[in-house]
Design a protein around this ligand. Structure first.
Ligand code: TPP
Length: 650
């Protein structure tokens, strides 16, 4: 019997019989279910493309022929068939295989991906390069119906059709994005899939053509290329045909022989080709077939019943946002909520349920969502866009041009801001402070705990301008103590007094910084902790005061250091000629791979222990440091203590 472990490369599939290919599919599916049950991952999407992947690799010759996976979250079968079975159990683990295609991992991974709707543009570029160089391999892009809702995919379709470039697009249509797919295009695909009229008309037309003596078969084949003929008015896929593609399908993506036949046929055809493949998300694992959204991206689960393992049950930032936005929606009828295909992930499901008329899922269309929000704000509504930090990157120009320039009151609920863990470099939300804080009119905040988060959203609702509130993945701290200053624009909050060092922290790093200060105290270093609350505008007076009062400034943020909050503090200190050393703690100027958030924090020196060490060694490494008796005063009166202090040579 054929064995997956003997498939050392995809070329091995070329020699297998249909039965053996089926057998391999079963083994691939089993391996995926087993490993994802332990490591977590994009289970449902991967189970849906097992046969499709086997069929692709059994016809095409990767890496000579290039297969580009859109988003890339469905590449597990591809990994298993391209010589990575042995390491597959390390999937998504620290230093293990990535959950997405990675060119550094294999020559079969053609582009780095993680964000949606890029495959057609990448594939078009690759095919143009192929032709420029006079090569003759195939370029295949596999794109889901969800990813097809993204603007980039539609821009590429437009261009590919115009150029008439030879490439193959496999549309993997499972009716689902992460949740149910939305949009007019999605409705159109559903009609092709389900309306017996379309199916019947297609087969009638083909039978008719075949009946014409002698040339029948040839003509049925050639008809795929015939444009503007009457039959295209009634056949499925007319939308793609009109854009210049040769449409083939719909075909079951689980039918390996049928898929193989179409792929073989593609090799003989010219111009852009689109194969409409119908698949079932979660195929072959009952719990995932029943709940494809829940198993789109899952943590570890019990194999036998699909139940999640090891969830702490603690309330997350997303969970807190979900309640907050629903409360705000109940209080103010102008509040509308927007998601780009992520109602579950962003916590908007509750709002959608309670206020269906004020909820918009725009599909994977981040750019559109932001400009649409600007329109809603202009029209007098209070739009709240809930979006992951990494996907907001898509809408940078829309934020500047459509929201900030006219200073419209759009609220950005920027989720997953910080490290996200196993999804790795394409998904960490570590740039938003850098790409938001320099935009005029923008206000940027980060809550340290649930109470602060509530205050910030309530404040943003009444603010007449764009506001971004960023918060990370994971549990939201409940404030260990209360009673700090109310939220005032551009004002920070001093949480702990100290004499030697001032730690300026934001959002998810505030309570960790507090712990750092407590540990430093034990080592004889007295540190104040300030929650800046506003990354923009900064509390300049407060920073100036503390820079004068203490001898070292430490900034702590879960964002890349370049351009982030620490940079903002440095700009201020340079402008004000505040000559104090500054240590910027945050993420370094490189892409951070996958692993658990704790592992990645440790790797980057952002866990509490590492931060204590880094601050202490920075403190002691200062050449201008001297130890001197210093006068202090507390409630019991003045006292003297030895203080490590900086002196500045004039
Ligand atoms: C720009 C961007 N926005 C959002 C996401 C989150 N996301 C990952 S997969 C996915 C759904 C993709 O649906 P589809 O292409 O149909 O693939 P399926 O999982 O159904 O196979 C979404 C919204 C993303 N990866 N990139």
């Amino acid at each position: 019997m054929v064995n997956l472990d003997e498939i050392k490369g995809p070329e091995k599939l070329h020699d297998l019989s249909p039965e053996e290919l089926k057998e391999i599919s079963l083994q691939v599916r089993e391996r995926i279910i087993e490993v994802v049950s332990r490591n977590g991952g994009h289970l449902a999407s991967n189970l849906g493309v097992v046969e499709l992947t086997v069929a692709l690799h059994s016809v095409f010759s990767s890496p000579r022929d290039k297969i580009v996976w859109d988003v890339g979250h469905q590449c597990y079968a591809h990994k298993l068939l391209t010589g990575r079975q042995q390491e597959f159990n390390t999937l998504r683990q620290y230093k293990g295989l990535s959950g997405f295609p990675k060119t550094t991992e294999s020559e079969h991974d053609i582009v780095e991906t993680g964000h949606s709707s890029t495959s057609l543009s990448s594939a078009l570029g690759l095919s143009l390069a192929r032709d420029q160089k006079g090569e003759d391999h195939e370029i295949i892009a596999v794109i889901g119906d969800g990813a097809l809702t993204g603007g980039m995919a539609l821009e590429a379709l437009n261009h590919i059709g115009h150029l008439q470039q030879k490439m193959i697009v496999v549309l993997n249509d499972n009716e689902m994005s992460i949740s149910k797919n939305v949009g007019a295009l999605s409705n159109y695909l559903a009609r092709i899939r389900s309306e017996p009229m379309y199916q019947k008309l297609r087969s009638d037309a083909e039978i008719l053509l075949k009946r014409i003596p002698a040339i029948g078969n040839r003509m049925a084949f050639a008809a795929d290329r015939v444009k503007d003929s009457l039959k295209y008015l009634v056949l499925p896929g007319i939308f793609f045909e009109e854009l210049g593609f040769t449409y083939m399908g719909p075909v079951s993506g689980h039918d390996i022989p049928a898929m193989r036949q179409l792929f073989q046929r593609c090799k003989r055809l010219k111009g852009p080709l689109l194969i409409h493949s119908i698949t079932e998300k979660g195929k072959g694992y009952d719990p995932a077939e029943k709940s494809p959204s829940r198993f789109h991206g899952t943590g570890p689960f019990i194999l036998e019943n699909g139940q999640g393992k090891g969830k702490s049950g603690a309330k997350t930032y997303t969970g807190a946002f979900s309640d907050i936005i629903s409360d705000l929606g109940a209080k103010d009828e102008r509040v509308v909520a927007i998601t780009a295909a992520m109602p579950d992930g962003t916590g908007l499901q509750k709002f959608a349920h309670e206020f269906p008329d004020r909820f918009y899922d725009v599909g994977i269309a981040e750019q559109h969502s932001v400009t649409m929000a600007a329109g809603l704000a202009r029209g007098g509504m209070k739009p709240v866009i809930a979006i992951y930090s990494t996907f907001l990157q898509r809408a940078y120009d829309q934020i500047i041009h459509d929201v900030c320039l006219p200073c419209l009151p759009v609220i950005f609920a920027v989720d997953r801001a910080g490290l996200v863990g196993a999804d790795g470099e394409t998904h960490h939300g570590v740039f938003d402070l850098s790409f938001l804080r320099h935009i005029p009119n923008m206000t940027v905040l980060a809550p340290r705990d649930q109470g602060e988060m509530e205050k910030m959203f309530a404040w943003a609702l009444h603010y007449e301008g764009p506001v971004a509130i960023r918060y990370p993945r994971g549990p939201v701290p409940q404030a260990p103590f209360n009673g700090f200053r109310p939220l005032v624009k551009g004002r920070g909050d001093v949480l702990r007094q100290g004499q030697d060092i001032t730690i300026l922290a934001s959002g998810s790093m505030v309570w960790d910084s507090y712990q750092v200060a407590e540990l430093l105290e034990k080592r004889g270093v007295s540190a104040a902790v300030v929650d800046l609350r506003f990354i923009k505008p900064l509390d300049e007076e407060l920073i100036k005061r503390w820079a004068k009062k203490t001898d070292l400034i430490v900034t702590v943020e879960e964002n890349n250091v370049p351009g982030g909050m620490g940079s903002a503090v440095l700009e201020l200190m340079a402008r004000e000629k505040l000559q104090k050393p500054v240590l910027n703690l945050g993420l370094p100027d490189r892409f951070i791979s996958h692993g658990s958030c704790d592992q990645l924090r440790r790797e980057n020196g952002l866990d509490v222990e590492n931060m204590v060490d880094r601050i202490e060694s920075f403190w002691f490494s200062q050449p201008d440091l001297e130890i001197k008796d210093t006068q202090y005063e507390n409630k019991t009166g003045p006292f003297t203590r030895k203080k490590r202090a900086f002196f500045f040579k004039k």
